[in-house]
Ligand binder design. Structure first.
Ligand code: C5P
Length: 401
C-alpha cells in the first residue's frame, strides 16, 4: 500500500522511541522508503546504529554536519518525503514547532517542510494535560498538522493516564490512509499535465504560453488526495510539487509528451498544461546576436498534441481523458468542437477573457463538457474546482468498472 512512498521519520527523545524501531520495520514492510532523523535526546533511548540498520539508510542527526549538508541538505530532507512522521513527538518538540524554532535538525526540517506532518505524541500524562501542551497542539492542528494518539494506559514512569504513544500499527494505518488513500481512487493511476511549455529560440530566449500551473497542480493534488497514484508532468512553474505526487519537470512540448508516454498506462489522464502550439524549427545553438541584419525570422513547426495523442483509441488508452479549453468567447460551442477534434472524453472549459481574472489568479469558473448536457459550475477557487473534478473522475471510473 505504501509502495514507493517516502517517509521521513523524526525520532525525538522519549522512552517510546523504542517503538519507533518497530514503526520503521512496518513502514518498510508496507513498501515505503524510510529515512530517519534522530534528535540528540532520541539518541538517549535508541542508538543510531539500530535506526540505521532497520531503515537501511544513514541516520541524520546534525544540522551543522558538513557531510550531511553536502549529500542531503536539511531543505531537501524537508522537501523530498511524501510525509513526515514524528514518533515519538515530545512536548518539547511540539513547543518548538509551535513557535517556529529551528535550533536542531528536526525543528529546522519541520519548519522548512510543506509536506503533511503526522505527530504521534508521547509523554507523561501531566505534561500532556498541561495547558501549555494543549495550547501548542491546538495551534499546530489549526495549521493542518495531523495527529495519532496518544493512548491511555500505564506509563514507563509508573503513572497511569493519557500519554502513551500510539501503537506502530495504528501509526502505519494513518500514514496509509493519508498517502495510499483508502480514498475512492485507491489503486488507480492518474497522469496530469500542468504549467506552460517553453520552446527555445536559442540558449537564452524562448517562446511560451501563459500558465501559472495552479489549476493543473491542484488537480494532481486532488486526485492524490482521493488515493490515486499520480504522475504530474509539469513545465516550468513557480509552485512546489504537490504532496504525495510523483512530479516530472520538463521544458518543451516534446519532452512533455515523452514523459507522459513513459507514465502510461494510467486510468485517467488530465491535460491541463498550456502546451505551446509551435516550436522553433531553426533553433540556434548559440545566442543570436543583435547584429545589423534586423530581427531574425523564426520558422515555426507544429508541436505534438499531447491531449489528442493520449486520446487516440487503441489498447492502453486511458479509460478517461480530460482536456482543458481556455476560451475567450463562445465557451461551450468552442469547447465542444475541441472535444470532437481531440477525441478526449471531457473538456473543462474556462473563460480566460481578461475580465475573468482566471490567468494566474486563484479562481476559475468552468463548464464541464461531456456526453451529457454541459454542466456549469459556480465560480470557485482552483482547489475547489480540482476537488470537484476529482470526485467526478472517481464517479466515472466507478461507473466504467
Ligand atoms: O488546442 P488547445 O491548446 O486550445 O487545447 C487545449 C487542451 O489541449 C488542453 O487540455 C491542453 O493541455 C491540450 N494540449 C495538449 N498538447 C498540445 C496543445 C494542447 O495536450 N500541443
Amino acid at each position: 500500500m505504501l509502495d514507493g512512498k517516502r517517509i521521513l521519520l523524526i525520532i525525538a527523545g522519549g522512552i517510546a522511541a523504542y517503538k519507533a524501531l518497530d514503526l520503521i520495520r512496518r513502514l518498510r514492510e508496507g513498501g515505503a522508503e524510510v529515512r530517519c532523523i534522530l534528535t540528540r535526546s532520541g539518541e538517549q533511548f535508541v542508538t543510531p546504529l539500530a535506526v540505521s540498520a532497520l531503515s537501511g539508510d544513514k541516520v541524520y542527526r546534525d544540522l551543522f554536519s558538513l557531510t550531511d549538508e553536502a549529500e542531503m541538505g536539511h531543505i531537501r530532507l524537508a522537501r523530498d518525503p511524501d510525509m513526515i512522521v514524528v514518533a515519538p513527538a515530545t512536548a518539547d518538540l511540539m513547543a518548538r514547532m509551535r513557535v517556529g524554532r529551528s535550533d536542531d535538525l528536526a525543528a529546522a526540517v519541520l519548519l522548512a517542510t510543506d509536506k503533511p506532518v503526522l505527530l504521534a505524541p508521547a509523554m507523561n500524562h501531566r505534561m500532556w494535560l498541561h495547558p501549555a501542551t494543549r495550547n501548542n497542539l491546538a495551534v499546530l492542528e489549526s495549521r493542518g498538522v495531523l495527529r495519532v494518539g496518544p493512548d491511555s494506559g500505564d506509563m514507563a514512569c509508573g503513572e497511569h493516564g493519557v500519554g502513551r504513544m500510539a501503537e506502530p500499527a495504528a501509526i502505519v494505518a494513518v500514514v496509509t490512509a493519508r498517502l495510499a488513500g483508502s480514498g475512492r481512487l485507491a489503486g488507480r493511476r492518474a497522469l496530469v499535465t500542468s504549467g506552460p511549455t517553453i520552446e527555445a529560440i536559442d540558449p537564452v530566449r524562448f517562446i511560451a504560453n501563459r500558465s501559472s500551473g495552479k489549476q493543473g497542480h491542484a488537480v494532481a493534488a486532488a486526485l492524490a488526495h482521493l488515493g490515486a497514484r499520480v504522475t504530474l508532468v509539469s513545465g516550468p512553474v513557480d509552485l512546489d510539487d504537490p504532496p504525495g505526487v510523483a512530479a516530472i519537470h520538463v521544458d518543451s512540448a516534446e519532452q512533455m509528451l515523452a514523459a507522459c508516454r513513459a507514465a502510461l498506462p494510467v486510468d485517467v489522464a488530465v491535460c491541463a498544461a498550456a502546451v505551446a502550439d509551435w516550436r522553433i524549427a531553426n533553433r540556434a545553438d548559440q545566442k543570436i546576436k543583435k547584429g545589423d541584419d534586423g530581427p531574425p525570422s523564426l520558422d515555426l513547426v507544429a508541436n505534438p498534441d499531447i491531449l489528442a495523442t493520449l486520446s487516440r483509441p487503441g489498447p492502453g488508452r486511458p479509460i478517461l481523458v480530460v482536456g482543458f479549453a481556455a476560451e475567450t468567447s463562445d465557451l461551450i460551442e468552442n469547447a465542444r468542437v475541441k472535444r470532437d477534434r481531440k477525441g478526449c472524453d471531457w473538456i473543462v472549459a474556462n473563460d480566460v477573457s481578461p475580465a475573468s481574472g482566471t490567468f494566474g489568479g486563484d479562481h476559475n469558473k468552468v463548464v464541464l463538457i461531456s456526453n451529457d448536457a454541459p454542466s456549469e459550475w459556480p465560480r470557485m477557487d482552483k482547489r475547489a474546482v480540482a476537488e470537484r473534478l476529482a470526485e467526478r473522475i472517481a464517479d466515472a471510473l466507478e461507473a466504467a468498472s
